[in-house]
Design a protein around this ligand. Structure first.
Ligand SMILES: [Ca+2]
Ligand SMILES: [Ca+2]
Length: 514
């Protein structure tokens, strides 16, 4: 499914270059360099928007072995890389060419590659000589002021190694990788409540007693790359009234992934505030919930309100509400105000119905009235308002929500494998499938691209967690920081409020302000 690019690197074997001890030699570069050719160029081509997917390309790498020039060694003590066969030496001011040659000889140096400013020289050693040992010898010599291996420096940008992180254009869009340099992934004492369709925090089979189809055993698994020991705080299922808010839809899992997917662990995807603890609170149902428990109260305002209060009362400092409806919900408004008064910042989805008449939705409409709760619209990959994203005066900020269910333009996080859950089937199809023997299972996951203001909202929740970890504890101060340091984009205030949330500007701006 994924195009794997196989980089082909020329293997370069530098010819042995032996020069005199005193004279720096120009560096010979037989292959590995870049040269302008002054060839006659053809003009650049600017095409339109391609509507067809790029052709799938595969490389047959059978029998291909690639090796890179082996030019770095590792200091086993520190893990630092240094250039193989090289040391940097600073001579004392009064050391002449003869003294330098003697120094070179005493550590079995091959030659002085280059004289550098401030009395430094780059020395090349015989291949079998260890730079670390040579440095010790050199430092003890009277001619030498200082010596060190030629260590390797890298950019300080945090680049997570998660396998599918390259799909997460949305994190670049909010300047998250740079923000991670200021605060990498928030503190693990910050609890973020995800009031949604649930999140599997246990690996187990649950039996549902369905009035439609009888007893149904259903397998669930702890979500890989997201749930781990000690990660989950005060989970609750407000639909089934127990402590196992298993997700029979996938929406809550995906939203939680944007906030807190385990990051830089080599697998899956990354999350905005990847160190936080999660409080999954199930209040919304998926289609399978409707089959298993047709009389459930999932989604009712009283249920959602109870969950928001539960979050605030159990220590959540950020609450994510990727949900909404058409009816005014003052009970929920009061619950959100209560949560803010208890020190929790609340992120609320603006709604996806712009193209369906752009109705006022709730609790989105309350975000504007509550300082410390923010209503979040969605932008696409071009940082323009996504076509579905609601346009109202109460939209306070935008974040990436994507505008297609593909890896290019959607928001990709961990989701269920559709073939296992069949969550896209409708109610009668799901019920019929059960009678024919199909059993949905919620223990198989894959990267899943989704779109919506539901996907935008957890970006703001995650940034709020980063700000909280920086010491901005007051929800209204978090709202102020997100608003003040939003990036202006080509959108009206009704479309995106203050603009596009910008993690780096918000975190750095606060640092400068202090
Ligand atoms: Ca990961
Ligand atoms: Ca607000």
């Amino acid at each position: 499914m994924y195009l794997r690019l196989v980089g082909l690197f020329a293997v370069v074997t530098a010819a042995a270059l032996v020069g005199s001890a005193q004279e720096p030699q120009p560096t010979a570069r037989p292959f590995a360099y870049k040269q302008r050719t002054h060839d006659v160029p053809t003009p650049g081509f600017l095409g339109g928007l391609r509507r067809e997917p790029a052709p799938h390309i595969t490389f047959d790498t059978t029998g291909v072995t690639l090796s890179l020039p082996d030019v770095w060694d590792v200091d086993p003590g520190t893990g630092a890389q240094y250039r193989r066969g090289e040391v940097l030496v600073r001579f004392r001011d009064d050391v002449d060419a003869i003294g330098r040659a003697r120094t070179l000889q005493s550590v079995r140096g091959r030659r002085m590659v280059r004289v550098l400013p401030a009395n430094w020289s780059l020395m090349e050693l015989q291949p079998e000589v260890s730079p670390l040992q040579s440095v010790s010898v050199l430092q003890a010599m009277p001619e030498v002021e200082e010596a060190s291996p030629n260590f390797r420096l890298r950019t300080q940008q945090f680049r997570p190694n998660d396998e599918f992180h390259h799909l997460q254009w949305n994190f670049e869009a909010i300047n998250l990788p740079v923000a991670w340099q200021i605060n990498p992934g928030a503190r693990d004492d910050v609890v973020v409540a995800v009031v949604d369709t649930g999140l599997n925090a246990v690996t187990d089979t649950f039996v549902f007693f369905s009035p439609l189809v009888g007893q149904i055993p259903v397998r669930f698994a702890e979500v890989p790359d997201l749930v781990s020991d000690g990660r989950i705080v005060s989970p609750y299922d407000f639909v089934y009234d127990d402590e196992f808010p298993v997700d029979l839809d996938g929406h809550g899992t995906h939203v939680a992934g944007t906030i807190a997917q385990q990051t830089d662990n080599g697998i899956g995807l990354a999350g905005v505030a990847f160190n936080v603890k999660l409080m999954p609170l199930k209040v919304i149902t998926g289609g399978w919930d409707d089959v298993f428990n047709p009389s459930h109260r999932g989604g009712a305002v009283d249920v959602v309100s109870a969950a928001v209060r539960h979050a605030a009362d159990n220590g959540a400092k950020v609450i994510n509400l990727s949900l909404g409806g058409l009816g005014a919900a003052p009970t929920l408004r009061d619950a959100i105000s209560y949560a803010v008064s208890r020190g929790a910042f609340v992120a609320i989805a603006a709604g996806n119905s712009f193209e369906d008449g752009n109705p006022v939705e709730y609790p989105a409409a309350y975000g504007e009235q509550i300082n410390g709760a923010m209503t979040v619209g969605a932008v696409n990959r071009s940082s323009r308002r996504a076509s579905y994203s609601a346009v109202h005066p109460y939209v306070e900020i935008c974040a990436p929500g994507g505008d297609a269910f593909d890896f290019e333009r959607g928001i990709t996080q961990v989701g269920y494998e559709e073939a296992s859950t069949r969550s896209l089937w409708t109610f009668p199809e799901q019920a019929l499938a059960l009678t024919l023997g199909f059993r949905p299972r919620f223990d198989r996951f894959e990267p899943l691209p989704l779109s919506g203001t539901s996907m935008a909202t957890p970006h703001v929740a995650g940034v709020a967690a980063l700000l909280y970890s920086q010491g901005i504890r007051n929800p209204s101060a978090i709202e102020e920081a997100i608003t003040r340091f939003a990036r202006p984009i080509d959108a009206t205030a009704d479309q995106c409020g203050a603009g596009l949330v910008d993690a780096r500007r918000a975190l750095r701006g606060l640092g400068l302000a202090r």
